[in-house]
Design a protein around this ligand. Structure first.
Ligand code: GLA
Length: 424
């Protein structure tokens, strides 16, 4: 679509309250109708209008139709992406979040600047984990956590508290003693942390990754519950202890169970079973977090099925996407388990075809998520490709899993999810 026509339509829709994404949808859809309702365009735009589809179905191929021109990539490094563009694109759908570390919070850090400008939810990447807050039993250190939480709030971003209970990043003392001692220590930890942030954090991943993974890598999980130091110490009861303690500390907080590979039907069923067990016991849980660490060969329908499964089973539960990224590799399980048969490093320049595949996958996922009213936040796990943990895991190599490239420039995936007319 010609820029002139686009501007004319935007001028017209300025009279109505739409999000950026709605506006982009309009550019591809009911634009002709809108323009005529606004008094039409000049004669050259009118000719262009005739070639536009009147609904969102693909336009029939008309030989005289202009070839759609993709919007040019909008670099953020030099400030060309309009502030708020990404978050505003989804303001009618969900908050759009990112993970970031406290050490990035400086005026000169490009990821922090992009986070401030484009996202409205922040997940501190490390600072709220137990080994950061309480590396020594009984000694709580909130300095770095406070710094990142206050920065997020000062910049009008919501904070996802991640995570009260995990089996990684947890000092060994948590598992010492009798079940009663372990429970008391856990409850004290949760009470102290939730109370500390009570006025600032209203969303907690209460438990992270508690669902069995034995089908994937041979862990001997028992039923739906993952075989972890927590499970070994006290069985599955720690999960309800954690939710109850978090609720007691903050009656208003939204409490989540978050896990990865809910896009896998078997693992999803186990996660659902755990949530069902919690609810049947009256344990306070408000939502399910889906990490969605995806690969290019992920079936997008399965990510959406994970949301639908929660919707169908538990009316009123919220869904969050908590750690979205799309690896440009398609590693077999053995790469994750023991570092063997990982795909070869693609180098520092990502192949355009892979970025296009990534854009297509994310467009399908975001389009689907936008239709799910239970999805209240979608968080990426990082800002720029270079920030991602996937450059080191499961092996060290270049990866490009996020919406902004290493220079902070917009990637095809960001264009694809915000602009229905963007040609991939
Ligand atoms: C898991 C955790 C996150 C983070 C990522 C990898 O998904 O939930 O906190 O550690 O792994 O970086």
């Amino acid at each position: 679509m010609g820029r002139k026509l686009a501007n004319k339509i935007l001028e017209c829709v300025d009279m109505i309250e739409f999000t950026a994404r709605d506006r982009l949808k309009l550019l591809g859809g009911a634009s002709a109708l809108l323009l005529s309702a606004c008094g039409g365009g000049n004669s050259s735009t009118s000719n262009e209008i005739l070639s536009l589809p009147l609904n969102s179905a693909p336009a029939p191929t008309v030989p005289t139709a202009p070839t759609p021109t993709p919007l040019p990539p909008s670099p953020t490094g030099d400030g060309m992406l309009v502030d708020g563009f990404l978050r505003d694109s989804f303001s009618n759908n969900f908050k759009i979040g990112t993970a970031i570390t406290a050490n990035r919070i400086t005026e000169n850090d490009l990821s922090a600047q992009i986070a401030k400008a484009q996202f409205n939810s922040i997940t501190p990447e490390y600072e709220l984990k137990a080994d950061q807050i309480a590396p020594v039993e009984g000694v709580f250190n909130f300095v770095e956590a406070d710094r990142i939480v206050d920065w997020a709030i000062a910049n009008n971003m919501e904070v996802r508290g991640h995570a009260l209970v995990w089996h990684e990043a947890t000092p060994a003392y948590f598992y010492e003693g009798t079940p009663a001692q372990i429970r008391a220590r856990l409850e004290n930890y949760i009470t102290t942390v939730v109370n500390h942030f009570k006025d600032r954090i209203k969303i907690w991943d209460v438990v992270n990754e508690v669902t069995s993974v034995d089908i994937f890598n041979g862990d001997d999980g028992v039923g739906p519950y993952r075989d972890t130091p927590w499970f070994n110490a006290v069985g599955s009861d720690y999960i309800e202890w954690a939710f109850n303690a978090a609720r007691a500390a903050d009656p208003e907080a939204q409490l989540f169970l978050s896990d990865y590979e809910t896009e896998n039907p078997i693992k999803r069923a186990w996660a659902i079973e755990i949530v069902r067990n919690l609810i049947s016991k009256g344990v306070p849980i408000n939502g399910v977090g889906h990490q969605f660490h995806l690969q290019l060969n992920t079936d997008p329908a399965q990510t959406l099925a994970a949301i639908t499964a929660v919707d169908n089973e538990f009316a009123g539960l919220i869904n969050h996407v908590t750690e979205l990224d799309v690896s440009c590799y398609q590693d077999p399980g053995s790469c994750w388990e023991n570092g063997t048969n990982c795909d070869a490093d693609l180098g520092s320049t990502p192949p355009a075809a892979l970025l296009a595949d990534q854009a297509r996958l994310l467009r399908t996922i975001f389009d689907g998520l936008a239709l799910k009213s239970s999805v209240e936040t979608v968080s990426l796990w990082g800002v720029r490709d270079g920030d991602s943990w996937l450059n080191e895991s499961p092996t060290t190599r270049f990866n490009y899993p996020l919406l902004f490239d290493r220079n902070g420039d917009v990637k095809p995936a960001l264009e694809a999810i915000t602009d229905p007319n963007y040609v991939i």
